[in-house]
Design a protein around this ligand. Structure first.
Ligand SMILES: Cc1cc2nc3c(=O)[nH]c(=O)nc-3n(C[C@H](O)[C@H](O)[C@H](O)COP(=O)(O)OP(=O)(O)OC[C@H]3O[C@@H](n4cnc5c(N)ncnc54)[C@H](O)[C@@H]3O)c2cc1C
Length: 538
């Protein structure tokens, strides 16, 4: 049945947010929690943009200490602590192993100062402080590591968000629970100003129908698309962003810990991050000007990461790349920065009042880590403009919808006990809690009511069909890509779920009453998305 958004857009909004990445969903969440009437448009899906191509860390950024960006590091470390507490099912502590070699650009003394500062700037943290391993301890901790010139290793802790796409989704869900109208697969196309109101034309990408959305303020939170969107909507004269590309490769497991490495060729810092039985390596940082919807990792970028990883892990099987990701950072332009890596990661919230667009704001830059703080600042500015009487910001304390239990390991135990009697495997329960947190019980209830939905999507893997049914009913899933890449992590494993994609598309077609042609088009779109994430051929 074709989607009809007329009723949803019939009302007038205080705020229209454009973009459903980390910034847009966090702004919608904060504004809705404060009591504003909010609408959000996302042209694809929540977390589709830069979020899904990130390193998936919730961190202060050890690297930014070298740029003397202490304020940025402190903000990240404070926000890390807030996310660990408010989204404990999605954000976890992760130990980072940092080997130091005789000829490292950053030696033991400099790194020791960095580690000490990182601890100092996170004085209020719940994570352990750093420690140093001598050469023997370091070699024993990471057996595949080269020991030639090894001096030892530092171990420190940061945050990991394996599914930042779901962090965006949950922010959007919480906004909707507080009255926001949230619409994915709908693009903001045009903007007019009539009196005190903005009229934004939204195009439903699923039906090609267009709607007028009326709002008193507009937030452009479109990440690397921000300049293009400003150009189209308000005819902004100057680009505000410097866009730099970063890629990751999924390779066979090479380390027990997350590992911080220094590239020999350019002195850049990059990571190996555990991903189930595999490892993500990345990232790169190169200026980008191209089609943001068709960005993909190129051969020389593969070669750079593989070469540099092999230097540190000579015995590792990094030549076998299962897939790659490529994304574009929306960095605030900084005329002083010559190299990509020198551009500050600080964000900026710009009010376009002086250009004749009062109440139109652009959110520029920012990291997933800082999404809440960026949102607080943005909503504060919008509230001042709107002169609205609203509740105070509560996002420092407000738990995400799946975070309603103080101890997720204990919650897993409780659920395993409760649903074990219905025959659910421990891995299924754990996987559901990792994705949905406390909402996992609702997915399990669905599978109990409809036993066919308790079957695994793919034999030997923990995901069950109830997740698809649930995500259509409750999580705005409209495409196979939404489900495989952003509601679950099935598409982010070797093989990219291509074997099960036809069945997912078929079932989705049944739920959404699609024609055979529509099902085929949805499946083809998934295959195209996967084609932009190439690995090495089998
Ligand atoms: C390689 C790489 C690694 C990174 N690693 C980390 C990390 O480990 N930790 C961290 O905190 N940060 C990291 N970042 C930074 C972080 O991912 C981004 O800064 C952040 O995701 C930006 O969020 P955003 O919401 O502004 O943009 P996006 O996530 O790009 O979201 C913008 C959204 O706007 C939508 N959109 C565009 N045009 C329109 C339109 N006309 N109408 C409706 N919607 C529209 C897009 O579809 C998109 O979903 C990394 C970035 C990169 C590139």
């Amino acid at each position: 049945m074709p989607r009809d958004l007329s009723a949803a857009f019939a009302q007038q909004f205080d705020m229209l947010v454009i973009g459903g990445g980390s910034n847009g969903t966090a702004v919608a969440r904060d504004a809705a929690l404060r009591g504003l009437k909010v609408a959000l448009l996302e042209k694809e899906d929540f977390g589709y943009g830069t979020v899904s191509r990130s390193t998936r860390l919730i961190h202060g950024g050890l690297r930014y200490l070298e740029l003397f960006d202490f304020g940025l590091v402190r903000e990240g470390l404070r926000e890390r602590e807030i996310l660990l507490r408010t989204a404990p099912h999605l954000v976890h502590p992760l130990a980072f192993f940092t080997p130091v070699y005789k000829n490292s650009r950053v030696g033991v003394p400099k790194l020791r100062v960095g580690m000490w500062l990182y601890d100092l700037l996170s004085w209020d943290k719940s994570l352990p402080r750093h420690r140093f391993l001598n050469r023997e301890e370091a070699a024993a901790a990471e057996p595949l590591l080269t020991t030639e010139g090894l001096r030892g290793a530092f171990v420190y802790y940061d945050g990991h968000v394996p599914m930042p796409e779901r962090l965006c989704l949950e922010a959007a869900l919480q906004a909707a629970a507080h009255g926001a109208v949230i619409v994915n697969h709908a693009r903001a196309e045009k903007l007019q100003r009539t009196g005190d109101l903005y009229l934004v034309t939204a195009r439903d990408e699923l039906t090609a129908r267009t709607y007028e959305v009326r709002a008193k303020s507009v937030i452009n939170a479109t990440g690397p698309w921000a300049d293009e969107v400003n150009d189209r909507l308000v005819g902004a004269a100057q680009p505000e962003l410097r866009r730099t590309k970063g890629i990751h490769l999924l390779v066979p497991k090479l380390s027990r810990h997350a590992v911080v490495m220094l590239a020999e060729s350019d002195g850049r810092l990059f990571f190996a991050i555990p991903w189930g039985d595999y490892t993500y390596i990345g990232t790169t940082d190169t200026d980008f000007s191209g089609d943001l919807d068709r960005v993909r990792a190129e051969r020389e970028e593969f070669e750079y990461l593989i070469r540099e990883t092999k230097r540190v892990f000579p015995g590792a099987d990094v030549g076998r790349v299962h897939f790659s990701t490529a994304g574009v950072r929306p960095l605030v332009r900084d005329p002083r920065a010559r190299h990509e890596g020198q551009v500050s990661r600080k964000h900026r919230v710009k009010h376009h009042e002086d250009e004749g667009y009062p109440g139109y704001f652009s959110v520029l830059g920012g990291k997933i880590t800082n999404m809440r703080a960026v949102a607080e600042e943005t909503v504060d500015k919008a509230v001042r403009f709107l002169k609205a009487q609203v509740k105070p910001c509560t996002t420092r304390e407000a738990l995400f919808p799946g975070g309603m239990h103080p101890d997720m390991d204990r919650f897993k135990e409780e659920l395993a006990g409760r649903y074990g009697a219905h025959g659910f495997a421990r891995e299924t329960v754990n996987n559901l809690v990792d994705l949905y947190g406390t909402v996992a019980s609702e997915v399990l209830d669905l599978a109990v009511q409809e036993p066919e939905l308790a079957r695994p999507v793919r034999e030997g893997e923990p995901d069950i069909w109830a997740q698809l049914a649930f995500s259509v009913r409750r999580e705005w899933t409209y495409t196979t890509a939404d489900f495989l890449l952003r509601r679950s992590s099935m598409g982010l494993r070797p093989g990219m779920a291509l074997q099960v994609a036809p069945e997912v598309a078929r079932r989705l077609g049944r739920y959404l009453q699609r024609t055979d042609e529509e099902v085929a088009a949805d499946l083809a779109a998934y295959e195209q998305a996967v084609a932009l994430m190439p690995g090495t051929p089998d």
